[in-house]
Design a protein around this ligand. Sequence first.
Ligand code: FES
Length: 283
Amino acid sequence: MSADDKYPESTGRRRFVKGVVGSAALAGVGTATAVGIDSATGPTGGGGGIVDFYGVENTAGPAPRAMPQIPLEVDSEGYLKGIWPEPETITLENGSEITVAEMELGGTTYSSTWYQYCGVQTNAGVRPDADQDNYFRYIGNSKYDWQNSEMEEGAKIHVDDFSDYETWGNGIGDDGLGKPAQAKWRSEDVSSSEILPVQVIRSTRVEEMAQDNEWLSASTEEGFIANLNKCTHFCCVPTFKGLAGSASAEAENQIYCQCHQSAYDPFSIVQKSFAALPIPEDS
Ligand code: FES
């Protein structure tokens, strides 16, 4: 799918909105809390409040919900980039302006608020209008030997790096389930504490899942799937096939969080809702 198919056309990007901002933040939730509405209508917005999102299902452990999926695309040169809605300025009924990033994608409303939890809402890259190019880039010292030995830290992830994805294995769990990488996103020129960690996997399972599935066919490409890799329990960074010890929790074929043994299934994408935290005004 080309970028043109996936990105909304650029317009003046300014609209007038009655009532609260963030249709995504409040869609389908008739009992949106006062906190959600208040935060969503703050001067810098940030779209806090109840939001529906797609994520990798949590299957074990104390994690309260899925980790948010990052919809992605492959550019014309074969590099992977996360999809980020074009920011737009909204004028509220009271005259104040806020900037939001949301779009219709794969039959759902996709919004930057999906990532506003675990302190990530204070990270520079989560601001709707952050000046970032959205490419996934390799981190250094990853949990994967192949990545550490073959890829340079900071290099953009390319489809060809995963050409052996149908058979890849590292002795943890089943071979051939998918080839993973640890990446960062929207994190150029930010402090190390503000890096957005991403789990990337290329798998034939993803290709199969995307067939006849509107959301997954729009949010994955060539078997690649990605999620913001912050455990929804206490915000550790888990890994898919990154720890031999995951077998003791029967999570060797899942994304496993070593902090308190939560597991997530990257091949089970679920739609959930949560209370996104607002972006602080001074971040
Ligand atoms: S299970 Fe506690 S932080 Fe992941």
